[in-house]
Design a protein around this ligand. Structure first.
Ligand code: PMP
Length: 370
């Protein structure tokens, strides 16, 4: 059974009393048990050693990948979906039968759609047209109703997905927006869950955490717990070129705000992001991110998404820049699955059309490790 530094108190269906915002569901940490439903599988992702990429790139330290693509919805956002819904239920804000509306880049929508099925809610997802068809089709398969908004509008434009979600909430009775960009249950899910899993698996030995940011919930929640337990551990944030989340602000200056990587970066600062907890931010482009995502498949057998490539690319860069030696350890978080991008960076044609790959280099030609 999983060792833990938390105290678990069973109360009826497994919920700890609401004395603090930190809830630990007992069965989340039981291994080899029968799961009451799919929501109990939204945790405990494996931490897997990177072998070939580190060797091929001449990085002496150990790099471990927290592989969130093992979650039932295929991403790290399953964790916050179930946590935000259960916290809202416990606060009496919603009850089964209500309509949950969420603006999302897709993965949170998938997690919420699964949660709605299990708990009996109607699910309305507001998503920008930039996001992959795969994510939209998955949410439809899960019975979610989809409202699409234009890609190139700022967050405060009337047609942005944030504004559209508020409009819908004002017109649909018994509806609620969980709002992952402002909801404290988002970082708390990672403070209580993801971070504990990493620290338990690492047994107190960790020199650097590398994590990308969209809402910043994953990064901020994990980093806060790590800084409490291991104050010397370096926290590295990953932000795409074109986004404004990184600090200092000057690093965000660029001529274009568009980037292809999905799920990370933004044009406003979510309250769920604690920028100060990050020791060093790295800006990252589309091309190097997608090439690294493809390398994760080809060299490690990991089928993960574009933001995973972005984080892995920055992990290698940071490990080199900070001169991490053989006895040191990095954890890099890989947020979602390649399933979301079958028609995008997995396709040679899509990569070539954007000059991310030259016409000579087809994916089956890669020979990095041979
Ligand atoms: N990668 C992907 C693919 C995502 O969908 C998200 C969530 N938007 C993130 C990374 C970033 O996670 P967070 O919102 O916790 O910062």
């Amino acid at each position: 059974n999983r060792p833990s530094k938390c105290t678990y108190k069973l109360n009826g269906d497994g919920l700890a009393p609401q004395a603090s915002p930190h809830i630990h569901r007992d069965s989340y940490y039981r291994t080899g048990s029968i799961k009451p439903n799919i929501l109990y599988c939204m945790n405990d992702s494996p931490l897997i050693r990177i072998n070939r990429i580190t060797k091929n790139d001449g990085v002496p330290c150990e790099i471990l990948a927290k592989c969130e693509f093992f979650n039932p919805g295929g991403s790290v956002k399953d964790r916050i979906a179930v946590r935000m819904v259960e916290d809202a239920e416990e606060r009496g804000l919603i009850q089964p039968g209500w309509v949950l509306i969420e603006p999302t880049s897709g993965n949170t929508g998938i997690g919420i759609a699964i949660t709605c099925i299990v708990k009996g809610y109607r699910c309305v997802i507001v998503i920008s047209e930039k996001m992959s068809k795969e994510k939209v089709d998955i949410m439809k398969a899960l019975g979610a109703e989809i409202v699409q908004t234009p890609t190139s509008v700022s967050y405060d434009a009337p047609s942005s997905n944030y504004r559209m979600a508020s409009k819908l909430a004002n017109t649909i009775p018994k509806s609620h927006i969980l709002n992952q960009f402002r909801n404290a249950s988002n970082p708390i899910a990672h403070y209580d869950g993801t971070a504990e899993e990493i620290l338990n698996a690492c047994d107190g030995k960790l020199n650097m955490l590398v994590c990308s940011a969209g809402t910043g919930g994953t990064l901020s929640g994990i980093a806060r717990k790590i800084k409490e337990r291991l104050p010397d551990c370096l926290i590295v944030g990953v932000d795409p070129i074109g986004s404004i989340l990184a600090t200092p602000d000057e690093v965000n200056e660029t001529s274009t705000a568009f980037y292809e990587i999905e799920g990370i970066g933004d044009d406003f600062l979510p309250t769920t992001l604690d920028r100060k907890i990050v020791d060093k931010w790295y800006k990252v482009g589309d091309k190097e991110s997608f090439i690294m995502s493809r390398r994760l498949a080809r060299e490690e057998g990991f089928l993960c998404g574009g933001s995973s490539g972005a984080a892995m690319y920055c992990a290698i860069k940071a490990a080199k820049e900070f001169n991490l030696t053989a006895n040191m350890r990095v954890v890099v978080l890989l947020p979602d699955s390649i399933r979301n991008y079958m028609s995008k960076f997995l396709s040679d044609e899509w990569m070539i059309a954007r000059a991310f790959l030259d016409t000579q280099t087809k994916s089956h030609d890669y020979t990095w490790f041979i």
